[in-house]
Design a protein around this ligand. Sequence first.
Ligand code: ATP
Length: 332
Amino acid sequence: MNQHLMTLLADGQFHSGEALGQALGISRAAVWKQLQKLEDMNVPLHSVKGKGYRLPEAVELLDREALAQAGFPFAAFDAVDLFLSLDSTNDELMRRAGLLEGRPSKQICFAEMQTSGRGRRGRQWVSPFARNLYFSILWPFDGIAKLQGLSLAVGLAVQRALVELKVEGVGLKWPNDVLIQGEHKLGGILIELTGVVTDACQVVIGMGLNLDWRVQDQARIDQNAIGLAQALGKKTVVGMRNTVTAKVIEHITQMLERFTLDGFAPLKDEWNSVNAFDGKTVSLILPSSSVRGICRGVNEIGELALETEEGMQYFNAGEVSLREVKDDGATV
Ligand code: ATP
């Protein structure tokens, strides 16, 4: 019912309670209850006396039919779920993985908004309603050793999808960010492990990908971000949101299928060819220190190669952050 109601509201126009009730075949009181539920989920609804209810603007909701038409790989998953609102898509799949008790399952879930979207180290991921993409994938792996380079591989899959969508200037920032136009962050990847980590384990791969990024979103974070629409010089993602989603997931799915068999090594050169910080002076921020050096890409297992004063040093993607060092010594 919620989904049906949202489809009616997606045009951003006012709809009276009566009209909504007629379209849904329910009473006005029942409509009001449904609208209340949407508000409880933090869906941004405007109501004006005498006019009715509307969303602040027209949106293109994720939609199974539209996704199927655009080639979304439904057959690759045991479950594909579209939510209007979740705390976090990673949290949802971590909960499900818990219920599976180690049984392997491939699942994907999307949310139109997240109330507690997370980045690494519990940092907030800004997740406004129906403008960007927030999804997580549950995928089984044979063991923790097989995960080396996974976030790089997923980033590469997104990069390939964006190239196919004719987006120019996409780069990857080790270990988990998709950048565009230099240092603008288009998306981030958050990988979490669940289950027994000795032989079999289930991994939750979360992604936030900005499709329509606004000034009010930028005010909430401390680094430069961008949306796909802005990168393409468009005003909105209405008209392309399901297509972009299908393409991105198609590439990620293909990537995961290959990566499970071959690991990161065959992807090393391709990743290095789109390394946003290649040859740049960078500062790698470790939990209690930092290392400065020239970024020399990654090795076969996805470790970052830094040319430092002590020679080449390799780092794996733990709780570390990479920053470019500008000529004046400032980091960005
Ligand atoms: P670091 O920048 O330290 O390497 P990161 O780039 O991997 O970390 P994450 O931890 O993955 O960042 O994401 C959280 C950070 O991303 C936030 O602290 C904020 O600066 C930024 N951020 C939050 N929401 C968004 C968003 N929707 N788009 C782009 N960046 C965001």
